[in-house]
Design a protein around this ligand. Structure first.
Ligand code: UTP
Length: 490
């Protein structure tokens, strides 16, 4: 290992020798750990990274209006719509998606390396539970949707099939995620079909271009963004693993969307039938000004209906090409964040305002390399409610996520012919479908109804349990309850 003198001299040349300023205070093992870390960061590469970060931060593009002026709608021929298509078309997409799943050609890949700083929990976001009657966590909901979609595909095509679950973690999330899955018996999935791997980390940098110390003997590191996926796939031979299993199509998604449809057969089927190598689910925008969001095209449909919800379809071949050829071309973006650091006296400081730059790659930056990109429009109510913030924020928080799921399940139950009594035993007015949404005073549905993904994946098959039933709120339809409600066969 390089000596302290050598490393100090290299760091001096790189303008980063402040990283050794607590050397005299460190015990031998801390010194060894710090030297090893600094050697692995390579002082020349570190200098380049820090310079690039502070230069990029100084030129962050202007606020949203600039972007809006450059916004262009997607060419309509690239877009399929789950909302506006006819039933026959939708069934055709689903049929194809189920067929590919039943042939074991579909995998799901979860991006779970983020630090969830806005939500403010110290554990991986997938372990969070938003307060559903069942108390299920995001990880559990996802695992159960995988089990259900495997079952549905298997039933249709008379096979026993597997949708492998690849989970990209980071230094922060790997250990706790593995522990959590073990404690929960992998939510009854076969552990051999759950593959966890780790993304790379990059040093966090001050606005002046200095790497940050988070302890006297440790540089502050952050995961390299969800676009770190592509180097992580190569680092851990994940595409080889997929090839061995016969996987051809991958559904990549973020951990924080409580409504996410894993391996959604309609989406997979649409992309496969279009011969796409890369696809994205999209919804109407909420992030642009109401004027722009409301613009309509000649046929009366919304011009900007393509907000990316981080649900991507990739062929394995496309991922292979990206990891081999295009990964080095991916841009590093600036994320300005609160980075805990040690001050001159060696005390840990948790800043109240952003003080550091993290450089991140974005998973969707590979769209430009696709030969046949498609977008698939879905309904926000049915498919997108991200958990980003704590409840102190007004949107995308635990309450909005919980309500989105409970409102969806209430809607499904009404559509299946259920009637509800409120908590006082009074029958609620008969409403169904979209009307049900109109009488939510604070966003909560009038009755609490939660349906296990093990019983229904996207609202299907509920009539046999719920048709004509009068249900007391709160109502939880899990597998046991479903068995009780199932009509007895003679
Ligand atoms: P976000 O951009 O919302 O970041 O991630 P985050 O880390 O979850 O939350 P904040 O910004 O610190 O509050 C979107 C998705 O990308 C994943 C996250 O786990 C989430 O699923 N992600 C993000 C990674 O897998 N790796 C990263 O380096 C960053």
């Amino acid at each position: 290992m390089a000596s302290e003198q050598d490393v100090r001299a290299q760091l001096q040349r790189a303008g980063q020798d402040h990283l050794l300023r607590f050397w005299a205070d460190l015990a031998p093992e801390s010194r060894a750990a710090l030297l090893a870390e600094l050697a692995s960061l390579e002082p020349d590469a570190l200098r380049e990274h820090c310079q690039r970060a502070s230069a990029a931060c100084a030129q962050v593009p202007g606020p949203l209006p600039d972007l809006e002026a450059r916004l262009q709608p997607l060419p309509p021929e690239l877009v399929g719509s789950a909302i506006r298509c006819d039933l026959e078309t939708r069934l055709r997409w689903e049929e194809e998606g189920f067929r590919q799943i039943a042939l074991n050609k579909v995998a799901v890949l979860l991006l779970a390396g983020g630090q969830g700083t806005r939500l403010g929990v110290t554990y991986p976001k997938g372990m969070y539970q938003v307060g559903l009657p069942s108390q299920k966590t995001l990880y559990q909901l996802q695992a159960e949707r995988i089990r259900r979609v495997e079952q549905l595909a298997g039933q249709r095509l008379g096979t026993h099939c597997t949708v492998p679950w690849y989970i990209m973690t980071s230094e922060f999330t790997l250990g706790p995620t593995i522990k959590f899955f073990k404690e929960h018996d992998f939510f009854h999935l076969d552990p051999a079909n759950v593959v966890l791997f780790e993304q790379r980390m990059l040093p966090a940098v001050t606005f002046e271009g200095k790497a940050i110390l988070e302890r006297k003997d440790k540089v502050a590191m952050a995961p390299d963004g969800n676009g770190g996926l592509y180097s992580a796939l190569a680092d851990h031979q994940i595409l080889e693993d997929m090839k061995q299993r016969g996987v051809e199509f991958v559904h990549v998604y973020c951990v924080d969307n409580i409504l996410v449809r894993l391996a959604d057969p309609a989406f997979i089927g649409f992309c496969v039938l279009r011969g796409a190598d890369c696809g994205a689910k999209v919804v109407e925008y909420s992030e642009i000004s109401p004027e722009t969001a409301g613009l309509r095209g000649a046929d009366g449909s919304l011009l900007y209906n393509a907000g990316n919800i981080c649900n991507h379809f990739f062929t394995r071949d496309f991922l292979d090409m990206v990891t081999r050829e295009f990964e080095p071309l991916l841009k590093l973006h600036v994320a300005v964040k609160k980075v805990p650091y040690v001050d001159e006296e060696g005390n840990l400081v948790k800043p109240l305002r952003p003080n550091g730059i993290k450089m991140e790659k974005f998973v969707f930056d590979v769209f430009q390399f696709a030969k046949n990109f498609v977008a698939f429009e879905v309904s926000r109510e049915e498919e997108f409610s991200p958990l980003k913030n704590a409840d102190t924020a007004s949107r995308d928080n635990p309450s909005t996520s919980r309500r989105a799921l409970l409102t969806q399940h209430y809607r499904w139950a009404l559509q299946a012919g259920a009637h509800f009594l409120d908590v006082h035993g009074v029958q609620l007015p008969e409403q169904s479908g979209e009307e049900a949404l109109s009488f939510l005073p604070n966003g909560d549905p009038p009755a609490l109804c939660e349906i296990s993904p093990l019983v229904s994946y996207s609202g299907e098959g509920l009539e046999k349990y719920l048709q004509g039933r009068i249900l007391q709120s709160p109502f939880l339809l899990d597998e046991d309850q479903a068995r009780l409600l199932q009509p007895q066969e003679c």
